[in-house]
Design a protein around this ligand. Structure first.
Ligand code: GLY
Ligand code: MN
Length: 327
């Protein structure tokens, strides 16, 4: 571009045609049958990576051993990883690529990993499983809330629905589940409107998926996920939502709610007295070593409703525990 246009490299971004960007995004947001097939292949390989991790994990292993195992599955299928593997007992640290911890009984492992096919399409899947053979009662309670948020959000991923509203629905399910456990309190509509739930769910519900894991993001996320009349919020949590606009047939996107207990954030907000009408800080002391849970699938929006791409990947507590007990 620098040579063609005779522009300094530093000026290229500034000179880009917004009209052209919007046209490219319009075309590339709707996936063709061939593209869907390729993404589905990526998701199925990604599922094999996750189920291999669930079967192989043992107390005493280093995270790196499991990360290497699953990355090898992506390579062995004539592809690569679509992004650096996230595999950590510290799931509360988002986008954490450190693999130096040892798996210890009682902890959770959060794995966010996806394959890229030889045709360069991406899968982006997250699962969370216990290092022990079974979840603890406390882990099960949080897991069930995240699972409900994921399943209900997938069901809402329909033509014409704004993904912003799906995100806010997931936030409400999370806040409601946490209220049932006594961790949140008060008027939940108000709590979600003000962003109090973002202490536990500080990221967006999902993003477009395709040739890039955050598809087309180099074109400018505002053009991919937002419109001239729908702009990105500045509120903590909501500002991390990459996709907000109304869904169309042929969109492929991720749905990935999570609940995290981030000790530093809890301590900061508590010291500031932030959202003390919505958060029971006293109750959170029991959760400071919990880590985090995220569950993520890849969805095709169709006129007949949402379709989860790829072969089903163990997701319910029973399915995950069955693989943890695999001999
Ligand atoms: N898989 C990482 C992300 O969606 O940000
Ligand atoms: Mn994702």
């Amino acid at each position: 571009m620098h040579r063609w246009l005779g522009l300094p490299i530093d000026d290229l971004q500034e000179a880009a045609s917004v009209e052209l960007i919007k046209a490219v995004v319009n075309i590339a947001s709707v996936k063709s049958a061939e593209e869907i097939k390729e993404i589905e292949k990526a998701v199925t390989i990604s599922g094999a990576m996750h189920e291999a991790a669930m079967k192989a994990a043992r107390p005493g292993m280093k995270e790196a051993e499991l990360a290497g195992l699953i990355e090898g599955i992506a390579l062995a299928n004539d592809g690569d990883v679509a992004y650096p593997v996230i595999l950590s007992v510290d799931g509360q640290i988002l986008h954490n690529h450190y693999h130096g911890n040892t798996l210890e009984e009682g902890r959770l492992v959060l794995v966010d990993a996806g394959a890229e096919t030889s045709g360069h399409y991406a899968g982006d899947i997250t699962r969370t499983f216990p290092v022990s053979k079974t979840f603890t009662a406390q882990q099960k309670e949080i897991y069930e809330i995240v699972l409900k948020a994921e399943i209900d959000s997938i069901a809402q991923t329909t033509v014409g629905t704004r993904f912003l509203d799906v995100h806010l629905g997931a936030a409400k399910i999370i806040a409601s589940g946490l209220k049932d456990l006594g961790l949140m309190k008060g008027d939940l509509d108000e709590a979600v409107a003000q962003g109090a739930h973002a202490l536990f769910f500080p990221h967006g519900l999902g993003h477009m998926l395709g040739l890039d894991v955050h598809d087309m993001e180099d074109l400018g996320e505002q053009y991919v996920g937002y419109t001239d009349s729908l702009s990105r919020s500045k509120q903590f949590g909501l500002r991390s939502l990459r996709l907000a606009r109304a869904l169309e047939p042929g969109f492929v996107l991720t749905v990935e709610p999570g609940i995290y207990f981030i000790p530093q954030l809890i301590q900061l907000w508590e010291s500031e007295g932030k959202f003390k009408d919505f958060i029971n800080y006293d109750k959170l002391t029991d959760y400071l070593g919990f880590g985090g849970i995220r569950i993520e699938d890849n969805i095709l929006v169709t006129p007949d409703g949402p379709r989860i791409l790829g072969h089903p990947i163990a997701k319910t507590i029973d399915e995950v525990e069955a693989l943890r007990n695999f001999k």
